[in-house]
Design a protein around this ligand. Structure first.
Ligand code: ACO
Length: 364
């Protein structure tokens, strides 16, 4: 006996796996040109933004007049850090075996929903304190209070290490955070917009976006990039090691992208920043060798699919050169992307339409 479908499936449009090629929103925030390898954030190229200002000024540029606050972004982010500091006690009670990323979500979840009012950027700013405080508590160290007069990158590094960070490290972190600030309708931003479309509050949207970001196909890749560099180096034969990985059906972390069919422009923004930072030229040379070998192996492995370097590859090398532990790479990605999520959620709520696609039933 064949069961009749409950409605006429032939009238549904064809499925696009992974929503590839489906446009579901208009945005003024960022434009990802996949074929040309160009990224524009509210009219400015990512290269210009990352070269000419701090992360806080890039957030100001991206969010100006879009959020229901007249406070400058730097002030909102700093107020968020002060707010988080009032709640740092919840991290003391957390299991120290939780990851730094999980610690951040606990801190964010514990913030009173009303504390930031309409100013979601304060929630984004709070993440730095939970990142640094959670990391220090896990290491058996006391968290360090934020400095409301500082900008995000400098304050974050100081809260992590306990000392005034070198200017080159601050510049490197500003460059990284700016580079990942916004990137079209990536998985975590889409998750944030879906949640915002239900009129849930910004904290719920940020927590949902962080969940989406945490996966290795999205923001979880840069830590494994360093693991890959180590494994390739220890193997003594980079080319053979890469070939073995691909033959075993494993993906090379830091390569491939859903939208870019050429080099991710952010990879070069980060690579350029590395020049001012890395004293370990051997490590950079190793990264370059692995990149070269990976690209030629991938060209043979998937000739029909242009797989090129993505943002995560040089993220890993740059953050390592700043001295940041690899367990913090994904949490840092959340710090950089969170203001972008806030702006997208505001845009979505201004649109006022619930996101609710359909599925095609193929069950019994
Ligand atoms: N290494 C080896 N093979 C790869 C890689 C890779 N890095 N990326 C894609 N492929 C292969 C896939 O296995 C697939 O092969 P198949 O057709 O035989 O199954 C083919 O290329 C097409 O890949 P898709 O999965 O369709 O590509 P998709 O657009 O879904 O994925 C993604 C993009 C997730 C980034 C993928 O390239 C990947 O897994 N890369 C490694 C992880 C990574 O670097 N993530 C960070 C992404 S950047 C960011 O989120 C900020």
């Amino acid at each position: 006996m064949t069961l009749a479908p409950t409605f006429d499936t032939s009238k549904l449009p064809p499925i696009s796996d992974g929503l590839e090629g489906i446009v579901v929103a208009e945005t003024v925030l960022s434009d990802v040109q996949g074929a040309a390898g160009r990224l524009t954030l509210r009219g400015k190229s990512v290269e210009e933004l990352a070269e000419t200002g701090s992360f806080d000024s890039a957030v100001e540029h991206l969010t100006r007049d879009l959020l229901p606050t007249s406070a400058p972004a730097q002030v909102s982010l700093a107020e968020g850090r002060s707010l988080a500091w009032e709640q740092i006690g919840v991290l003391r009670a957390a299991d120290p075996d939780l990851s730094a990323f999980e610690m951040m979500t606990i801190g964010l979840a514990a913030l009173p929903s009303s504390a930031a009012g309409e100013n979601s950027l304060m929630l984004a700013g709070a993440l730095s304190v939970f990142l640094a405080g959670g990391y220090r508590l896990k290491a058996g160290l006391e968290p360090i209070a934020p400095d409301a007069t500082a900008e995000t990158a400098a304050d974050l590094l100081r809260m992590l290490t306990g000392s005034v960070p070198p200017a080159a490290h601050v510049a490197g972190l500003n460059r990284y955070l700016t580079t990942v600030l916004d990137h079209g309708l990536n998985a975590s931003t889409f998750a944030a917009r879906v949640i915002a479309s239900t009129n849930a509050n910004a904290k719920a949207g940020l927590l949902g976006a962080m969940g989406a970001l945490s996966g290795p196909l999205h923001g979880g890749a840069p830590g494994p990039v360093l693991d890959m560099l180590d494994a390739a180096q220890n193997s003594g034969n980079v080319r053979a090691w890469i070939g073995g990985e691909l033959r075993a059906g494993r993906r090379l972390m830091g390569f491939g992208h859903r939208v870019y069919r050429t080099r991710d422009p952010r990879a070069d923004v980060l690579k350029t920043g590395l020049a001012a930072l890395s004293k370990d030229s051997g490590r950079v040379a190793l990264a370059e060798e692995i990149e070269r070998e990976a690209l030629s192996a991938l060209a043979l492995h998937k000739p029909e699919r242009k797989l090129d370097t993505n943002v995560e590859f040089y993220t890993a090398v740059l953050l390592e050169a700043i001295g940041i532990d690899r367990s913090l790479f994904t949490p840092l990605f959340a710090v950089g992307r969170a203001p972008g999520w806030c702006a997208h959620m505001a845009e979505q709520q201004a649109k006022g339409r619930l996101i609710r696609p359909q599925s095609r039933y193929v069950g019994p």
